[in-house]
Structure formats: structure tokens, C-alpha cells
Design a protein around this ligand. Structure first.
Ligand SMILES: *[C@@H]1O[C@H](CO)[C@@H](O)[C@H](O)[C@H]1NC(C)=O
Ligand SMILES: *[C@@H]1O[C@H](CO)[C@@H](O)[C@H](O)[C@H]1NC(C)=O
Ligand SMILES: *[C@@H]1O[C@H](CO)[C@@H](O)[C@H](O)[C@H]1NC(C)=O
Ligand SMILES: *[C@@H]1O[C@H](CO)[C@@H](O)[C@H](O)[C@H]1NC(C)=O
Length: 403
């Protein structure tokens, strides 16, 4: 019995390596063997870093942070795209990460060809027919019908997975879009509404106050990015950047906070509250500040909750079983080729394409490591700095510093 439960735990683990936190308590091995969970909501300074081996697929995610401008769209629409993409097929990172799975199905296909040649007779290189070597063995052949019957359900499962993963990517992108929209909006309001009507404002104080708003805005998005990225990838860069840009005390407080984006948002509220401004206007700004809580919370939700795991597991099991058994059913249809060998490449291609769909959706499911978040943060920082550098009405007329 203990052997069985260990086996069950291993099976669960193998099928869902990232679920250890939710493993049923009746499976103590599952929690013991698994790497400690890097809790998604742990946003403070990283604890002892979990050494997760970086696979090719993981490493290639940094290169998937595509940002398009006009030139990329022209290339995207070009009529060479089919040939171009066919010729780069062997370099595809998505396919490379499927090597083991495709090898397995191809091995099964090869086995089916060899076994059936031994058990059911074969054709030699001259084309002469030979009888079975071990005619006592039954030949291993399945009818194709069950596979045909099942393929629509498999298709639906895969569509749902891909669609919901894309939905998650899209949602994450929109949260960042809201960040971009509203950081600009915030800095615009702060800059345009700075000061009280008819009161003198020291340009130096004005510049300092507004610079603080811009910096705190940047610190928030940067902390949010850090929070959504793997610590191993971003922690050093984050420390370096905040220490380079923020006043030392603020950088220290931010770095030590248990939840850094919250701390950055708090700093931003304080910076806004310090602005000399009519309270109604300040109130408007404060109302819009809440949008950042929402984008942050939305992204945390995406990061911490995958598509329900039983769905992913069932799709993976269904697909793997279907593809591993497929070679047995392809034996008959490929009787036209020499010793049925054409079924081997056919199985390999089918596996690449079908496993590929599942791989795509799994790659898309956690969108943050493929979104160009560093680019967003840098741009937000740049734009906000520019907005707050604009001088208020009246400041351009040399003497008249009232507005
Ligand atoms: C592959 O297709 C995409 C989409 O049309 C295009 O942007 C890309 O440039 C193509 N790749 C090559 C190597 O042609
Ligand atoms: C695809 O996802 C969108 C949301 O991203 C959802 O509205 C739509 O119903 C989904 N369609 C299917 C077929 O799952
Ligand atoms: C930015 O604001 C515009 C107008 O409200 C909106 O259409 C767009 O979706 C916003 N960006 C994102 C990604 O939310
Ligand atoms: C920003 O504030 C205005 C005024 O309070 C409000 O009408 C608007 O809905 C806010 N925007 C968002 C996206 O919350």
C-alpha cells in the first residue's frame, strides 16, 4: 500500500509539477519531493532562491517579448511568411521543447513497424515477401475508427485551452495598457493642476514636487514588474534601478517592504498629497489612483491561478494517450508504403503539431514572462518624466511666475 501511494504521488507530480502547494494532504510524498513553492504572491525581498533548472523552453521566453512597430507589421503580412516560417521550423523553440514527447510517439511507431514485420511478415529490399519470423505472435494493429471518433473532443479540449490561455495573455496585456494610460493621466493632471490660482510658486519646488510624482509612478510600475517576474531574473536589475533613480531612503524602504508594489503606491499617494493643489482636483487624482490597485490585483490573480489544473491534466493525458496509441491505428492505412514505414514520419509530424497546440497554450498561460514589461516600465518612466518637465501656464513669460 505505501508503495502504491508513493507511485500515485509520483504520478500526480509528474503530471502536475507546479501544483505542490495544492497537493492533497493524503499524499505526503507529493509535498516532500516537490521544490518549495515560490509563492506567487511573495513580493518582498526574495527568500532563499529556488534553483529551478532552466530549460531551453524557459530560457527562450525572454526572446518572445515582441513589440511591433510599422516595419514588423509589413514583415508580418509579407507573402514570404509561409516559406520563411517553414524554413525556420527546425529552429522553433516550441518544437524543440517537445523533443521528448515526439521521440516517444515516434519510438512507438518504430516499434509497431518492427514488431509487425516480425509477427506478420515483411518485404525485403528487393521487394520479395517473407513470412512472419515468429508467426505465433499476434500482430499489433488497432482500427482507426475510435481515433476518428475521439478527435473532435480532443480538438475542442485543445481549442478551449488555447483560447483561455490567449484570454489570459490578453488580459495581462490590458492591465499593463491601463497602467500605461493611467500613469500618463496621473502625471498630466498633477502637472497641469499644480499650484493654487493666483499664488506664487517657486519653480524649483514645483520641479521637485512633480519629479517626485513621476519617480513614484515609475517606482510603482517597476515594482509591479519585479513582483510579476521571477526573482532570479529581475531582483538584481530591480535593486540597481531603484537605487539609481530613487532617493536612497525611499529605495531602501521600497526594497525592504514585504509587498513592494503596495509600498510604491503608498509613496505615490503621499507624493500627490504633498502637491499644492485645490482639494477637489487632488481628489480626482486620488480617485484614479485606485485603478493601479486593480491592475496589480488583476495581474496577481492571473499569476496565482492557472486554468483549473484538472482541465490541463486531462487534456495532457487525453492527448498523450491518443498520440501514443495512434501508431497502432496508422499501421493499416500506411500499407501502401514499403513495410508501412511512412507511418513513422507521419506519427512524428502529427505529434509535433498536436503537442504543439498544447505547448502553445501552456506557454501563453502565464503571460508575464513573455510580456515586454521592462519596455513598458522604461517608457512609462520616460513619458512621465517628460510630462512633469513641462512648465505651467504663464511660466514661459519670463517675469510672470503666477498661474
Ligand atoms: C513568420 O510569420 C510571421 C507572421 O506572419 C512573420 O512575422 C515572420 O516574419 C515570419 N518569419 C519568417 C522567418 O519569415
Ligand atoms: C475564448 O475566450 C474568450 C475570452 O478570452 C471567451 O469570451 C470565449 O467565450 C472563449 N471561447 C471559447 C470557445 O472558449
Ligand atoms: C487606454 O485607454 C483607452 C481609452 O479609454 C482604451 O480604449 C484602451 O483600452 C486603454 N488601454 C488599455 C490597454 O486598457
Ligand atoms: C478617474 O476619475 C474620474 C473622476 O473621478 C472617474 O470618473 C473615472 O471613472 C476614473 N477613471 C477610472 C478608470 O477609474
Amino acid at each position: 500500500m505505501p508503495a502504491f501511494s508513493r507511485l500515485a504521488a509520483l504520478f500526480l507530480l509528474a503530471s502536475s509539477p507546479s501544483t505542490n502547494a495544492f497537493a492533497p494532504s493524503s499524499l505526503p510524498h507529493a509535498t516532500k519531493i516537490a521544490a518549495p513553492s515560490t509563492s506567487a504572491l511573495e513580493m518582498g525581498p526574495p527568500k532563499a532562491d529556488v534553483a529551478l533548472a532552466e530549460t531551453y523552453g524557459e530560457g527562450s521566453r525572454k526572446y518572445r517579448r515582441t513589440v511591433y512597430t510599422h516595419n514588423e507589421w509589413v514583415k508580418h503580412r509579407s507573402s514570404d511568411r509561409f516559406f520563411g516560417n517553414l524554413s525556420t521550423m527546425v529552429n522553433s523553440g516550441v518544437y524543440k521543447s517537445l523533443a521528448k514527447e515526439v521521440l516517444a510517439t515516434t519510438a512507438v511507431a518504430t516499434f509497431v513497424v518492427l514488431y509487425n514485420a516480425v509477427a506478420g511478415g515483411y518485404t525485403d529490399l528487393e521487394g520479395a515477401q517473407h513470412a512472419a519470423i515468429l508467426s505465433a505472435l499476434p500482430s499489433l494493429v488497432l482500427p482507426l475508427t475510435p481515433f476518428t471518433l475521439l478527435s473532435p473532443s480532443l480538438g475542442l479540449l485543445l481549442v478551449f485551452r488555447t483560447n483561455s490561455s490567449y484570454g489570459r495573455w490578453d488580459e495581462a496585456r490590458k492591465f499593463w495598457g491601463l497602467n500605461i494610460n493611467h500613469t500618463r493621466d496621473l502625471n498630466r493632471m498633477a502637472t497641469a493642476w499644480y499650484g493654487h490660482d493666483g499664488q506664487y510658486v517657486d519653480p524649483e519646488k514645483r520641479a521637485k514636487d512633480l519629479q517626485a510624482v513621476s519617480l513614484c509612478t515609475w517606482a510603482f510600475v517597476r515594482s509591479m514588474k519585479r513582483h510579476l517576474s521571477p526573482p532570479a531574473e529581475d531582483e538584481d536589475a530591480y535593486q540597481e534601478e531603484i537605487r539609481a533613480r530613487l532617493p536612497p531612503a525611499q529605495a531602501e524602504a521600497l526594497s525592504n517592504a514585504a509587498h513592494r508594489p503596495n509600498r510604491a503606491l503608498y509613496d505615490l499617494s503621499v507624493a500627490i498629497d504633498k502637491l499644492p493643489m485645490h482639494f477637489m482636483r487632488k481628489n480626482e487624482i486620488n480617485k484614479n489612483l485606485s485603478i493601479f490597485e486593480d491592475t496589480l490585483g488583476g495581474c496577481e490573480r492571473l499569476l496565482s491561478s492557472p486554468v483549473p489544473l484538472f482541465y490541463t491534466r486531462h487534456t495532457a493525458r487525453f492527448l498523450s494517450t491518443w498520440l501514443l496509441l495512434l501508431p497502432f491505428a496508422l499501421y493499416e492505412p500506411f500499407k501502401g508504403s514499403w513495410n508501412h514505414v511512412a507511418m513513422i514520419p507521419a506519427t512524428a509530424l502529427t505529434s509535433v503539431f498536436l503537442f504543439g497546440i498544447d505547448e502553445l497554450s501552456t506557454q501563453l498561460e502565464e503571460p508575464f514572462t513573455i510580456l515586454p514589461m521592462q519596455g513598458f516600465c522604461d517608457k512609462i518612466g520616460m513619458w512621465c518624466d517628460e510630462i512633469v518637465s513641462w512648465r505651467g501656464q504663464g511660466l514661459d513669460k519670463e517675469q510672470q511666475q503666477y498661474y
